[in-house]
Design a protein around this ligand. Structure first.
Ligand code: PAF
Length: 296
């Protein structure tokens, strides 16, 4: 596996791959890799000739400085895992490589100059305003900013994202459409720990007890799916909110049932011919966790 640290090295590598008529599957990550990430690499390997990953903890998508500071960084183990999974090249830039000094300086001063880079100023409409968008101001524009930069550099045929970040997937799809990018976005299933907890790099920050108790997050979703035919929307939401409250270590941030395409809250459920997604966000011991399940 080749390790690339500069944008120049990355473009030279991907240009060369393309000149040899090979397709590129791209897996962007923030590192602290787990089996969920490796399942994306596996899918990319299956569908494309070459697999490129990136590991970059992107400061512009963190609206909470503590979260950025505490985000797990395990670069050596990450590289071993990627190599073992058969990844061909990994891009590991530092912050200065991805953002100009001017961008970083203005960010530090809290100045939002909308003209910096594409992605930063895209209006995602309702998709960007509900749930994660409402609770993490600026997060999705930060994601779009870095992912558009990475797509411009890698020019992948396909890019792979986990369905755990359901809303992020909708944002990336919208960004690709709005910026007329040629990449195909592939959504991969959520990988869960034995107790049902959705795999996430943030799980590393939970104590063993918290990790055990976190099982109630997916249990809530599984129960809601079981009950979807028997209860109306208000009853389902009440059920979920009361069920999760039985775990005193957890604070519920939101539980929402949304249209899986538009992400608008579903009011009449079930809607004819429309699928819905139940999404949840909680705090557990200072760690923010999200999960979701498709209904219908
Ligand atoms: O899902 C993530 O890990 C990040 O949001 C991404 C897509 C790598 C952008 O930094």
């Amino acid at each position: 596996m080749i390790i690339l640290n500069s944008k120049l090295q990355l473009s030279a590598y991907t240009d060369n791959v393309r000149n040899q008529h090979n397709s590129i599957g791209f897996v962007p990550t923030m590192g602290a890799l787990h089996s969920g990430h490796i399942s994306l690499v596996d899918m990319a390997k299956y569908q494309c000739d070459k697999v490129v990953c990136s590991i970059f903890v992107n400061p512009t998508q963190f609206n909470d400085l503590n979260d950025l500071k505490n985000y797990p960084r395990t670069i050596e183990v990450d590289c071993q895992m990627l190599e073992k999974a058969g990844c061909d090249a990994v891009f590991i830039p530092d912050v200065q490589e991805m953002y100009s000094t001017q961008e970083l300086e203005l960010k530090k001063q809290g100045v939002e100059d909308k003209s910096w880079t594409e992605g930063k100023d895209i209006d995602f409409g309702i998709i960007g305003r509900v749930m994660e968008g409402a609770h993490r101001p600026g997060h999705f524009n930060g994601v779009a900013q870095i992912v558009s930069k990475l797509f411009r550099l890698v020019k992948p045929d396909k890019a792979y994202f986990g369905q755990k970040d359901f809303q992020q997937l909708a944002i990336i799809r919208s960004m690709v459409k709005q910026l007329d990018m040629k990449v195909e976005i592939i959504s991969c299933p959520i990988i869960r720990e034995k107790n049902g907890l959705a795999m996430s790099s943030r799980n590393e920050r939970l104590t063993p007890l918290e990790r055990e108790r976190a099982a109630i997050i997916s249990q809530t979703l599984f129960q809601v799916k079981e009950l979807q035919k028997q209860k109306n929307i208000t009853e389902l939401k009440d059920f979920a909110e009361n069920f999760i409250k039985t775990e005193p270590l957890i604070q519920l941030e939101y539980f929402e049932i949304s249209n899986s395409e538009t992400l608008e809250p579903v009011i009449n459920y079930p809607q004819a011919n429309k699928s819905a997604v139940a999404c949840i966000a909680v705090k557990l011991g200072g760690v923010r966790l999200i999960d979701n399940i498709l209904l219908y």
